[in-house]
Design a protein around this ligand. Sequence first.
Ligand code: BDR
Ligand code: CA
Length: 316
Amino acid sequence: MWLDCDVGHDDAMALILAASSPHLKLLGVSSVYGNSSVENTTANAIRVIQAAGIKGVKVYKGAAKPLVKNRVYASDIHGSSGLDGTDLLPDPDMSTYLAQDENAVNAMHRTIMASPEPVSLAAVGPLTNIALLLSIYPEVIPRIKTLAIMGGSMGIGNTTSAAEFNIYSDPEAAHIVLHSGISHIALVPLDVTHTVLATKQIIKRIQDEVAVPKFARLITDLLLYFGSTYKDVFGEKEGAPLHDPVAVAYLFMRNVFTERHIRIDIDCNEGHGRGRTFCDVYKKTMEPANCWLVTSVELEPFWNQMFRRQEIANSS
Ligand code: BDR
Ligand code: CA
């Protein structure tokens, strides 16, 4: 699989899950602006790779801004670096982990075309890189096995009253991706990720079960910071929703998800609804389905997989 991300507290957990799961082989990581600038999200991806002891995975820098409109950053949630809240992250070793001569889109194209088997993608930031990939290199489309997207919402919006952050950041890109003809696109929306809370009990479990104390402290720092900003900004008292790893988990444990195959369209208009995901559950548009909308995930199997990450830090 390939991970496209804007690291980010929950992106960091998605990266750790993607690299540690024995069910996945992480081929590469691409960065995109989003939670912070693309310079910061690229550096953050590298810092997490180093801290987790992930070997053999490079980071490819992607888009610095959306296709059409202005970008927004989520510094109220993730801090000005995109990954505030700990002093345990190393300085990024750019010369080892950043691909110097290849951008995110070209790297995804090369990797997908060279793979003997179809490749799955998890996209957990704004969809700009993926839209560019599909527009410049449409030959990848039949070679993509599954594209799991963290984004959108059936109900609540977290950036406007109508829209979720990743889709709101680049609705035009989301429109291109959802209408690209990729045979299996899954959308993991806020309605589902808000059931996956990093509660006090979950954080305690990390402290008890992760064998490397420094790594456990790092994860704890990040989740506590994320929880505190969610409390300040959204009044969420139980803990932060761990959005992005849920999309990664979909790629290898689809059996613990419920979903429906429906039509989803993006509001690309100016105005109150910009970035909204129209989920046509009752087939009102009469348009063909283009997406699997995830409607729930079983929490215990998900958390059991998340905790496998300790194996990575152990091996570093
Ligand atoms: C999404 O927005 C970002 O802040 C998170 O990393 C996640 O991908 C949730 O709306
Ligand atoms: Ca993200």
